[in-house]
Design a protein around this ligand. Structure first.
Ligand code: PEP
Length: 259
């Protein structure tokens, strides 16, 4: 079986300012300086990418730089959008695709998310494809069909080879920013089904090597029990990523759990 290196990403959403994004970056770099065995990334707001990148580079940090979104067209009359070339120019290495707030607040469809995911891969970057059911969908017994649909749709026309540049983030919408976390058993159950579906869509090797991380109110205090599960390969972190010691605690919890 392939060993999957844990991944922990910090999604800063529409938080921080010019000063606090720089301060947070320096604190994250210092806190993760001696932490090895986990791939880490921060996803600052667009305006701060370049400054965060400069700090990461000047300090020789292994923390990667991610963007929270992108537009799939290379250039042109798309007011307000940001292309992948622009992101690469700012040193971005990975991009979130289909985060629940983009699906449910901004209204992105499975088709658009797939288009963006393919564009990220074509640009040579890593796509973090986010999927997850809402509370209504969960309570009406639709957790599995919703996640399966989002996984299949998000990965449409993406080859098994290209899957080396994809991380799946399972983020139940009802757990994001609510303080409610899926139990390790529930999350593991969904992750195992997603991995099985990857095996059907591709093959066992792709399923084995694809990282599936969990997101939804992860904190340093609950990370270890989640990351200990055999199919949970780390986390995508929102609120707790805005505090460097908390984020570092979560990253450290992932180190102890290589799969
Ligand atoms: C997220 O934004 O991806 C997330 C998981 O947020 P939180 O950790 O705050 O629930």
């Amino acid at each position: 079986m392939t060993e999957r290196k844990p991944f922990v990403g910090g999604n800063w959403k529409m938080n921080t300012n010019r000063t606090t994004s720089a301060d947070l970056t320096r604190q994250v770099v210092d806190a993760l300086n001696t932490v090895h065995g986990v791939e880490t990334a921060v996803f600052p707001p667009f305006p701060y990418l370049l400054a965060v990148r400069t700090i990461l580079r000047d300090r020789g940090s292994a923390v990667k730089l991610g963007a929270q979104d992108c537009y799939h067209k290379p250039d042109g009359a798309f007011t307000g959008e940001v292309s992948l070339d622009m992101l690469k120019d700012c040193g971005v290495q990975m991009v979130l695709c289909g985060h629940s707030e983009r699906r449910h607040v901004i209204g992105e469809t499975d088709e658009l998310i797939n288009t963006k995911t393919r564009a990220v891969i074509d640009a040579g970057l890593t796509a973090v494809l986010c999927i997850g059911e809402t509370l209504d969908q969960r309570e009406s017994g639709h957790t599995d069909p919703v996640n399966q649909r989002q996984l299949r749709a998000g990965l449409a026309e993406i080859s098994g080879d290209a899957m080396a540049n994809v991380i799946i983030a399972y983020e139940p919408v009802w757990a994001i920013g609510t303080g409610k976390t899926a139990t390790p058993e529930d999350a593991q159950g969904v992750h195992a089904k997603l991995r099985k579906l990857l095996a059907q869509m591709y093959n066992n090797e792709v399923a084995d090597r694809t990282r599936i991380v969990y997101g939804g109110s992860v904190k340093a205090s609950n990370a270890e029990e989640l990351f200990r599960c055999p199919d949970i390969d780390g986390g995508l972190i929102g609120g707790a990523a805005l505090k460097a010691p908390e984020f570092a605690g979560i990253c450290k919890a992932a180190v102890k759990q290589p799969k």
